[in-house]
Design a protein around this ligand. Structure first.
Ligand code: MN
Ligand code: MN
Length: 291
C-alpha cells in the first residue's frame, strides 16, 4: 500500500461514516417494513426523519467523532481532559440529538470532573463505539496507544465490557482495512470478539438493530461481510432500520475503509454538509500525521 492509498482509505472511512450517518438518520427508529412502505428502498440523502434534518445534515455520531478528532489535533496527541472538555462544549452547543448515556457522562464530568463512570450494565449502548474513528486514524501505526486512548474516551460516558470489546474490535478492523489487509484478517478479528463474548455472533443474522451495541455490531458485520461495494453495504444496512444512523455510520466507516473514498457515490458526497466534508478532509490528514 502506498501512502496515497492509505490516505484514500482513511478518507473513505471518515467520509463514509458521515454519509452513513446522514443517510441513516432519515430512517432512524423505523422498522424495515415502515421504510419499505415509505421509500421502497431508502437510498438517497434526503434529510427528515424524527430529527427533521436538512438533507446532508449529520447527527451526534459524526459530531462527537469530530470533537474527539479536534482534541487530538489541538493537543497533538492524547489528553483525555481535552476530549472531555470538547464533549462539554458540544453538549452546550444544543446538538440535534444526544444519547442518554452520553448526556449523563458528560454532565457528570462537567459537574465533578470525573473522567470515567463506574462499570455499569446500562452502558452497553452505541455511544462510545460510534465515535472512535479519530482514535483509529491517530494510532494507525501504534496499536498499544489505540487500546488505551479508545478505552479512556469510551469510559467518559460508557463503562461496560461489551462496549469496550466492540469498540476495540470494530476499530481494529477499520485499522486493518485502511492499511489494506485482507478480509480473512478482518474476519479473524470478528471471530476473536465472538470467542470472548458469544452474543456478538452474527451468523445467522437475526436482524436486530437497536441502541444496544451487540445488535449494532451484528448488523454492521453482517452487511459489511455480505456485500461487495460501498453503496450496497450502506443501503442494505440503513434499510434494516432501528439505530440506522449509527449502523449506517459504522458500516460506512468499514466499507469506506475497504473500498476507498473513490467508491463513495457522488450523489451522496455532494449532498453531505460541505462544512462537515471540509472538517473531515482536514482532520483525516492531520490525524494521519500524528499516526
Ligand atoms: Mn445519531
Ligand atoms: Mn443513532
Amino acid at each position: 500500500m502506498t501512502t496515497t492509498q492509505v490516505l484514500n482509505n482513511a478518507l473513505g472511512a471518515y467520509l463514509g461514516f458521515a454519509c452513513g450517518d446522514a443517510l441513516g438518520a432519515t430512517v432512524e427508529f423505523m422498522t424495515p417494513k415502515q421504510i419499505q412502505k415509505r421509500f421502497g428502498v431508502h437510498q438517497d440523502i434526503v434529510g427528515g426523519g424524527w430529527l427533521n434534518l436538512e438533507a446532508g445534515q449529520v447527527t451526534d455520531d459524526t459530531q462527537m467523532s469530530l470533537t474527539i478528532g479536534q482534541a487530538i489535533i489541538d493537543t497533538q496527541g492524547w489528553n483525555i481532559q481535552a476530549v472531555a472538555d470538547n464533549f462539554v462544549t458540544w453538549l452546550e452547543s444544543d446538538p440535534p440529538d444526544i444519547g442518554n448515556t452520553c448526556r449523563r457522562g458528560i454532565t457528570r464530568y462537567r459537574e465533578s470532573g470525573v473522567l470515567a463512570g463506574l462499570p455499569s450494565h446500562d452502558d452497553a449502548g452505541n455511544g462510545a463505539c460510534m465515535r472512535n474513528l479519530p482514535v483509529v486514524l491517530a494510532t494507525l501505526n501504534r496499536p498499544d496507544f489505540f487500546s488505551e486512548w479508545s478505552l479512556q474516551q469510551c469510559h467518559i460516558t460508557h463503562n461496560n465490557p461489551l462496549s469496550d470489546a466492540a469498540t476495540l474490535t470494530v476499530g481494529r478492523i477499520a485499522n486493518h482495512l485502511i492499511q489494506g489487509l485482507d478480509m480473512d484478517t478482518c474476519r479473524q478479528e470478528a471471530e476473536r470478539l465472538i470467542q470472548q463474548y458469544s452474543e456478538f455472533s452474527y451468523c445467522p443474522y437475526l436482524g436486530k438493530t437497536s441502541g444496544y451495541i451487540v445488535d449494532t455490531v451484528q448488523t454492521i458485520l453482517h452487511y459489511f461481510f455480505s456485500t461487495d461495494s460501498f453503496e450496497a453495504c450502506l443501503i442494505a444496512t440503513v434499510n434494516q432500520g432501528g439505530d440506522a444512523d449509527t449502523t449506517g455510520a459504522l458500516a460506512g466507516m468499514l466499507a469506506g475503509a475497504k473500498y476507498g473514498v473513490q467508491q463513495i457515490p457522488d450523489r451522496w458526497l455532494k449532498q453531505l454538509d460541505p462544512q462537515v466534508v471540509y472538517k473531515i478532509r482536514q482532520q483525516t490528514i492531520e490525524l494521519m500525521q500524528i499516526a
